[in-house]
Design a binder for this molecule. Structure first.
Ligand code: 4NP
Length: 152
């Protein structure tokens, strides 16, 4: 089987999607899945992940420090097979940029892998405390298990 290319997308690409990227890469065989992440905004281009995301990832044995923020672009529809949005706002933003139906079909809300059809958001932990990051990590950890079940 060829490599499946998965893109995780949030708003800033410093809190949620870097965690999702790190978790999926940690769980997946590198020859089977390629993972990247991006933000719909340009707020944090070139920046390392939020220290609270680095810290929660490290707690679970995952090092995300080398990741850098980048903005989602139309070329990502060509470069990736699956595009997971962390919340409905990002989802709509991505869909609005999709050039065709093939591109639109690649986009999904990540928590629909865990709770099909419920359209739940991964809550934005940026303005909250450390507990928010623990919560986000656990949601993404479970969602990534389902993604692996699906693509491997
Ligand atoms: P993320 O969190 O989308 O999970 O990376 C945020 C990071 C930064 C901002 C908002 C959300 N911000 O407004 O700068």
């Amino acid at each position: 089987m060829t490599q499946v290319r998965v893109l995780m997308v949030c708003l800033g690409n410093i809190c949620r999607s870097p965690l999702a990227e790190g978790i999926l890469r940690h769980k997946a065989p590198a020859d089977k899945i390629e993972v990247d992440s991006a933000g719909t905004s340009n707020y944090h281009i070139g920046e390392a992940p939020d220290p609270r995301s680095v810290s929660i990832a490290r707690k679970y044995g995952i090092d995300i420090r080398s990741q850098r923020g980048r903005q989602f672009t139309v070329s990502d529809f060509h470069d990736f097979d699956l595009i997971y949005a962390m919340d409905k706002s990002n989802y709509q933003h991505i869909l609005n940029m999709a050039p065709d139906e093939t591109s639109r079909k690649k986009v999904a809300l990540i928590l629909n892998e865990l709770h099909p059809g419920q359209d739940m958001d991964v809550p934005d932990p940026y303005y909250g405390g450390d507990q928010g990051f623990e919560n986000v990590f656990n949601m993404l950890d479970q969602a990534c298990d389902r993604i692996l079940d699906k693509v491997l």
